[in-house]
Design a protein around this ligand. Structure first.
Ligand SMILES: [Mg+2]
Length: 182
């Protein structure tokens, strides 16, 4: 495949956001995350309303984004895509309470991918403004004010399996993305 501009989402693609929430919830509230099953992209939509405020507090807390564990095989995949000759960028939307989130997203990239990847971060609240050939993102519907130039490939997660007719990437299933390495 000719060299592409590949945009990688950060949370749910490189960083294991969900596992991070579970860990911090346990640490903070001394009990497991009260989440019966995952069906919606936003965790809060799968949780009873009485927990929403606690969930927001987790997202906004100091150290949350910096301490997210890496997704299994995600870091290796990002490196391999770059080595294959693609121009790989990390395209991520900070949460509205950005105070810790923004700087810790940079910390996270430096820690797991290295300082040289800091130049590859693109922060965008609206990803339709960003140029690229392929955006690999776990969010099922990515909308914004422009018509996207990229093709959306979905990063497989339990909460986005309803999305069909879309190329599905699972880092642990090489056949789902190996065409990018040829
Ligand atoms: Mg995401």
């Amino acid at each position: 495949m000719a060299a592409k501009l590949i945009l990688l989402d950060q949370d749910g693609v490189l960083a294991d956001f969900e596992q991070g929430v579970r860990q911090r919830w346990q640490l903070t509230y001394q009990q497991p995350l009260p989440l019966p099953e995952r069906r919606h992209f936003y965790l809060r939509e799968d949780m009873a309303p009485q927990y929403h405020q606690q969930l927001t507090q987790i997202y906004s807390s100091k150290g949350f984004f910096a301490s997210l564990p890496p997704m299994n095989q995600g870091i290796q995949a990002a490196r391999r895509l770059l080595e294959a000759g693609h121009d790989v960028r990390i395209c991520t939307s900070p949460i509205d309470d950005y105070h810790y989130c923004v700087s810790e997203k940079f910390d996270w990239v430096a820690r797991y991918l290295g300082d040289e990847w800091l130049n590859r971060i693109i922060l965008a609240k609206d990803k339709t403004w960003i140029r690229g050939d392929i955006l690999i993102d776990d969010k099922p519907m990515i909308s914004g004010s422009l018509k996207p130039q990229w093709q959306h490939w979905i990063c497989d997660q339990p909460y986005n399996r309803n999305a069909t007719n879309i190329h599905r990437v699972n880092w642990q299933k090489p056949e789902s993305w190996s065409e990018l390495l040829q």
